[in-house]
Design a protein around this ligand. Structure first.
Ligand code: NAD
Length: 265
């Protein structure tokens, strides 16, 4: 129970990677705030499952791209749990289009949720960490922020320029925060998943042909699961990673070692 006595808030936690991360944090002993924007029943099901691990969990509906809603969510979370120790900035989406056909709305929507949402939540989390100060009996760090980035932090992605731009920007958001708040013992890191089997990328794995094509990009030859990301999130949230801050950790079955070059390029 590496996270016993701590509280985590996971955005976009009623689906895919966020749900997997929330469950792993709960299994490690953390109380969990399940943020969601649609599908309240899915959020409640995750809450019920996490409560079964013997920790507390609540669901809070909030659009992470809206300042007032984010501030209300953190207020509610702190009212319920007393404070917050861990933020997992996970909520994200895609609105894909060839670049010359991409509308400003498609661009702005992805930037608002994937990037501005992480800014708004990180700012509220850091305000709470600074207000509350260290709790050395609970964790060596005063607070931990985990940003859900992507292999598209470094791999360009045709047809997904808005998404890749949002993830590239998260790298600088994360590293600048790690630099600015390291002396206050706030650790900030990114998880950069490759292909993880979730609703965001159903078309990439839901037929044998699509799956075979996907696997040509993955040296380890399997698609990732939300629990793969959950295990890494527990490590990054716990004191086991106390000397890690400002890092982008790739968890991608080797996607970023470029399988296409395995035969000599
Ligand atoms: P998903 O679609 O299953 O989950 C995304 C979650 O974000 C959902 O719960 C959705 O409701 C929520 N969300 C969307 N807009 C929101 C908003 N405005 N406010 C609050 N929540 C909102 O997809 P996923 O694969 O689990 O994606 C989770 C994160 O992982 C995203 O940031 C995504 O970019 C990243 N990621 C996923 C993969 C992958 O292969 N699945 C790879 C790299 C990175």
């Amino acid at each position: 129970m590496k996270l016993a006595g701590q509280t985590a808030l996971v955005t976009g936690a009623n689906s895919g990677i966020g749900a997997g991360v929330a469950k792993s944090l709960g299994q490690a002993g953390a109380n969990v705030v399940i943020n969601y924007v649609t599908k309240p029943d899915d959020a409640q099901a995750i809450v019920d499952e996490i409560k079964g691990y013997g920790v507390d969990a609540i669901a809070i509906q909030t659009d992470v791209s809206k300042e007032n809603q984010v501030q209300n969510m953190f207020r509610q979370a702190v009212e319920h749990f007393g404070t917050l120790d861990i933020l997992v900035n996970n909520a994200g989406l895609e609105r894909n289009a060839p670049f010359h056909e991409m509308t400003l709305q498609q661009w702005q929507f992805v930037i608002d949720v994937n990037l501005t949402g992480q800014f708004l939540c990180a700012r509220e989390a850091i305000r709470e960490f600074l207000r509350r100060g260290p709790r050395p009996d609970v964790s060596r760090a005063t607070g931990k922020i985990i940003c859900m980035s992507s292999v598209h932090e470094v791999i360009p992605w045709a047809g997904h320029v808005n998404y890749a731009s949002s993830k590239g920007a998260i790298k600088m958001l994360m590293q600048s925060l790690a630099q600015e708040y390291g002396d206050r013992q706030i650790r900030v890191n990114s998880i950069c998943p490759g292909a993880i089997q979730t609703p965001i990328n159903t078309a990439a794995w839901n037929t044998p042909q699509a799956m075979n094509s996907l696997l040509t990009l993955i040296p380890y030859n399997r698609i990732g699961k939300p629990e793969d990301i959950g295990n890494l999130a527990v490590f990054l949230a716990s004191d086991d990673s106390d000397y890690i801050t400002g890092a982008s950790i790739f968890i991608d079955g080797g996607m970023t070692v470029f399988e296409g070059f395995a035969t000599g390029g």
